[in-house]
Design a protein around this ligand. Structure first.
Ligand SMILES: NC(=O)c1ccc[n+]([C@@H]2O[C@H](COP(=O)([O-])OP(=O)(O)OC[C@H]3O[C@@H](n4cnc5c(N)ncnc54)[C@H](O)[C@@H]3O)[C@@H](O)[C@H]2O)c1
Length: 438
């Protein structure tokens, strides 16, 4: 392919070098003439292991060229990769000035381009930017239509500085957000020969994945540091603790607990978060992240309450009372807070949970129920069909297959509030469906 790479910083230089190595004809474009001159002379001003060699080799083969003239570069190529910087503004918002400038330049050239050209955003941009800003500027400047006259993709970059070329060669995955199938098909050809999981998705999902990744990486560092600081205050080696922690690939370093949905609860997580935060306070260790966990969880419960309130219905059927499916443990179940609040605000609530039979609960579980929701027995409905018949809104709180069947049987006649995702995509529900995070 013939590819223009706009922005010869870390991402652009590495992409340009690797694309040339993989057989593509690349024109690097930058407003900084020093970077362009260096590349023209077979050097890179970006310091990355292996990059100098790639640049030197492929400026000789002629597959890697550079210019400050973006207009001509677009006319001479089939695809433009946007790799310019997206720094922070002083208030923390994302500065899109470089993206906008480069889109104007590409758009102007697109207006003169005789064939189909694809524009692919590799810079990190917030959800909606590619469709609402990049596409609009390109269309305005070129007078052409995205999807018909030119293609549009968002392909987030996951490389790490210091091992960027190795990461390019062996990416954890290739995520291609496309305006349409044709755009994604063409953009994916960049990576022919690279062995990796390929994901095709929407522009907005691709943009969001990048932020999910980077904020998670940041969260991991901050979390490990807080745990380490608490460990040190107990004369425990925090690094050893986290090494052992990482041995658990089943629950800790795994897919578990990473699907958005309802709040956590149960007899352990809330209690243990509280205890550790309290102990840290006693030891004068600051744990802003751990302190925020329970608050964030509470916000998720409040979000579910607002979802019910926004339906403007009063008869609410709640599917599931325990904190997760397949257990009768109701201690600190977030559903109890949801139910209590709704009852307190005058809603007519019924609950169905085949695992929870108040008359059969024992010990701590029973006293928890008695204390937090004394009238729960009155709200429990043993027959799921009767509960569905008696309500206008069904709230699905966990992933029980029985609940999914109950929602399907309601056949769009009830408003569905899905806090788990089990009934997602099952049906259209006549538009009577709301998911908590989707
Ligand atoms: N650095 C990383 O490790 C990394 C990893 C993944 C994603 N990203 C994202 O990729 C993007 C680029 O990051 P970077 O670190 O390579 O940035 P950088 O600041 O190193 O390079 C950006 C380059 O764009 C050039 N530029 C600015 N305006 C231009 C224009 N109108 N035309 C042509 N070139 C122009 C600049 O001169 C500069 O050389 C950012 O959105 C960043 O968040 C960076």
């Amino acid at each position: 392919m013939k590819i223009s790479v706009f922005g010869l910083g870390y991402v652009g230089s590495v992409s340009a070098g690797c694309l040339a190595r993989d057989g593509h004809h690349v024109i690097g474009v930058d407003v900084n003439s020093a970077k362009v001159d260096a590349l023209v002379n077979g050097r890179s001003l970006v310091s990355e292991p292996g990059l100098s060699e790639l640049v030197a080799a492929h400026s000789k083969t002629g597959r890697l060229r550079a210019t400050t003239d973006g207009f001509q570069a677009v006319l001479a190529t089939d695809m433009s990769l946007i790799c310019v910087g997206t720094p922070s503004n002083s208030n923390g918002s994302l500065n899109l000035d470089y993206i906008e400038a480069v889109c104007r330049e590409i758009g102007t050239a697109l207006g003169q381009h005789s064939g189909y050209h694809l524009v692919c955003v590799r810079s990190t941009v917030l959800p909606g930017t590619t469709r609402n800003m990049v596409m609009q500027v390109l269309e305005q400047q070129s007078g052409k239509r995205a999807g018909t006259d030119f293609g549009l993709c968002m392909n987030p970059e996951f490389l790490r500085e210091g091992c960027a070329i190795a990461d390019y060669q062996e990416p954890s995955q290739i995520v291609m957000g496309g305006l349409d199938e044709k755009s994604s098909d063409i953009a994916m050809q960049m990576y022919d020969g690279i062995d990796a999981l390929r994901i095709r998705t929407t522009l907005e999902t691709a943009e969001s994945v990048k932020y999910a990744c980077n904020t998670f990486h940041a969260l991991k560092v901050a979390y490990a540091n807080e745990i380490g600081n608490i460990c040190q205050a107990h004369n425990v080696d925090g690094q050893e603790v986290m090494r052992i922690f990482c041995n658990d690939r089943k629950l800790n370093v795994s897919e578990k607990y990473l699907l958005p949905g309802f709040a956590f609860g149960g007899s352990c997580l809330p209690k243990d978060c509280r205890a550790l935060v309290y102990r840290a306070k006693e030891k004068d260790v600051e744990t802003p992240l751990l302190r925020a966990v329970l608050e964030s969880n509470q916000m998720q419960i409040e979000r579910s309450i607002r979802m019910v309130e926004q339906t403007d219905h009063k008869r609410i059927g709640v599917l599931g009372l325990s904190f997760k499916s397949g257990t009768d443990d109701v201690r600190e179940s977030p559903v109890i807070v949801l139910v209590e609040t709704l009852v307190g605000r005058g809603y007519d609530v019924q609950i169905y949970d085949p695992n929870v039979k108040p008359e059969e609960l024992f010990g701590a579980n029973r006293s928890f129920l008695a204390q937090t929701l004394p009238h729960v027995a009155k709200l429990m409905q043993p027959d799921v069909d009767a509960l569905v018949a008696n309500c206008d809104v069904l709230v699905v709180t966990n992933g029980s297959e029985e609940f999914r069947q109950a929602v399907l049987a309601a056949d769009g006649s009830k408003m569905i509030i899905d806090l788990h995702g089990i009934t997602k995509h099952s049906k259209e529900y006549n538009g009577n469906y709301k998911g908590i995070c989707w």
